[in-house]
Structure formats: C-alpha cells, structure tokens
Design a binder for this molecule. Structure first.
Ligand code: SF4
Length: 324
C-alpha cells in the first residue's frame, strides 16, 4: 500500500490501444485507456475475463506491442524504447502470472527457475554468489531452504506461486504486474500470498498493477482501482470510495457479488443479463448497455466518456449523476 514517501506516478498510461485482427474483424482488446500508478502504490485492475486487463499488463512490460497511445515509465516512453533500452527496463519491470505452473519450466528445479534470470542478465559473478542469492530469494518469499533442489510438481500451488514471485524479484525490479496471482489458489493460501506481496511492497518499495476478476481480492492490497469492461475503463476511484459507493452500474454489480463475512448478513446481489456485446468491431454506444438495468435509448447512441463526476472519481456512464 502507498506510503507517504512519494505520490508521484512511476507509470503514466495515456490512450493505450491494442487491437487484434481476427477472421471476423478487429478485436478491440484495449481501447483507449489512461491511468497512472503512483510510486510504491498498487493499482487494482478489475473486470471479467476478456475485458483486456491481462493484455494491458502485457503491454506495460512490452510482451505485446501497442497499437497506439503512450506508456511512460519513470520518464521513459517504453512503447518506443529500442530493444537495448528495453532489456535494461525489463529488469525493473517484472510480471507474476496466474498459473505459476504454466509460466515455469517443470523440468527445472526450484533453484534453477529462480536463478535463471540472474544468469541471463549476468547478475552474479560465480556459482557461490548465485547459490547465496537464490537461497536469499527463497527466504524472502518464505520457501524452505530444503526445497532448493525440489521440482515444481512436488510443491503445492502456494509454494509454486512463491517460486514465481522469487523469480520476479531476482532482478530487483521496481514495478511488478501481478496478473491474477491468487486466482488459482485456495482461499487460505490466497491470503498468505496477498500478505507476502504486501510485505514485499513495504520492504522493497515495489509498485504493483494488480489484475483480478475478483473485486474482493483487491480490497486490502490496492490504493486505487480501475474497473474495466470490454477493453475500456468504466470507473476509476480510490479503493475505499469504490467499495463504499460504486457508481457505474457494472461496478455496482461486481460489488454486490462480494459476500458479507458476517453471520445472517444479507445484501441484494445484482444479477447481470448474459447478453455481452462483441469486442470485435464494436458499434458506437455504451458496451455495457445490453446488460444494464438503467439503459435508455441514448446509451446506445454514443460512447460514454470517462469523466470526473466528483473529485478523484471518474466514471464512463451517460447517467452517472443519477447514481452519485
Ligand atoms: Fe447503463 Fe447507460 Fe450508463 Fe451504460 S451509459 S452504464 S447503459 S446507464
């Protein structure tokens, strides 16, 4: 979570776009989105599968090339950075994936998975330094030293995710994209990994983009949240404000799905209609309209613009004032 050291953005994203050309047309995966992430802070990015959040994460670390817009990281425009500069930047910008098993080589030991980037980027001078560094990273993420020569299939999901985190930390990054890092884990293990990520953030002054489909997961880890729907940001707010009072009808629906952890406590769940607009060559108008209980004819005529409804609160809805 954000401390008081700095409120300056380390990352500024402006009008970012990513389109994929498919047989039926152009899929608007990320469609003109803008946001900042403050140094040492966490931005939660929430939305259903296919809303463009993982594509956004990959654009930020340039695993995908963008089709427009800008990504400024610490003063460097990374969409235009030459490969040599990108190689240096990649040590500062890392990614943790949803399924650690698919992102690591199952035929390698824990030590070799964690230590591989150290060798690739020549961060150690000899085997002794390599071993010491790997064991230190294992300790940092709570992996027992006896697992040094273990294989990933011998470990549970939580420990495998700790390998992914240790590997991401090996190059001493400043910024990490956490792409659904706890979605594949049991609830009790989820809490352990979230706590680990928050502790690491405090001790190493890390900045996170935390991507998830589950709004409840980002409640404690995020300072701010952006809600995405079919490639666009529909709401951007401080975390406490968003949980207290979601404004966009889609944010309201996501919030209503979070169970209240009190006996006999009830709240009305908003069930969304299943009709989802295609992200392939979308027509003008609000993409959420077919599922929205508040839609009127005007909603399908023009795109709602993300605008500041009240200080620090941005919503893309023609009727947002009605919900404030
Ligand atoms: Fe619903 Fe209209 Fe607002 Fe879209 S613009 S969220 S359809 S009220």
């Amino acid at each position: 979570m954000l401390n008081n050291q700095s409120e300056l953005p380390i990352l500024r994203v402006k009008n970012l776009k990513k389109y994929f050309h498919v047989a039926r047309g152009t899929l608007h995966a990320v469609d003109d989105i803008s946001f900042d992430i403050k140094r040492g802070g966490t931005l939660g990015m929430v939305g259903e599968s296919g809303c463009g959040k993982s594509t956004t994460g990959r654009l930020l670390v340039r695993l995908h090339e963008s089709d427009g817009g800008s990504i400024n990281y610490g003063g460097v425009e990374i969409t235009k950075a030459p490969q040599k500069e990108m190689k240096t930047l990649r040590t500062k910008m890392q990614m943790i994936f949803q399924d650690p098993y698919s992102s690591i080589n199952p035929h390698h030991t824990v030590a070799s998975i964690i230590g591989e980037p150290l060798k690739i980027y020549k961060k150690v001078r000899n085997m002794q330094e390599y071993e010491e560094k790997v064991r230190s990273l294992m300790e940092t993420v709570g992996l027992a030293d006896r697992l040094y020569d273990a294989y990933p299939h011998e470990l549970d999901g939580g420990r495998r995710q700790r390998i992914g985190i240790a590997r991401a930390l090996s190059l001493e990054p400043q910024f990490i994209v956490c792409d659904e890092p706890v979605s594949a884990l049991d609830v009790s293990i989820q809490a352990q990994i979230l706590n680990l990520l928050m502790d690491l953030q405090d001790s190493l002054n890390l900045t996170y983009l935390f991507i998830t489909h589950d709004l409840s997961v980002v409640k404690h880890i995020s300072d701010e949240i952006v809600v995405m729907y079919l490639g666009q940001i529909v709401e951007k707010a401080n975390t406490d404000e968003l949980f207290k009072h979601p404004i966009h009808p889609y944010s309201k629906a996501l919030e209503s799905a979070i169970p209240i952890p009190r006996l006999n406590a009830r709240k009305e769940r908003i069930i969304l209609k299943s009709e989802v607009v295609s992200p392939i060559d979308p027509k003008p108008g609000c993409r959420f309209a077919p599922r929205c209980n508040y839609a009127v004819a005007a909603c399908s005529e023009s795109d709602p613009i993300l605008r500041e409804i009240c200080p620090g609160r941005f919503v893309a809805c023609h009727r947002a004032e009605m919900f404030v």
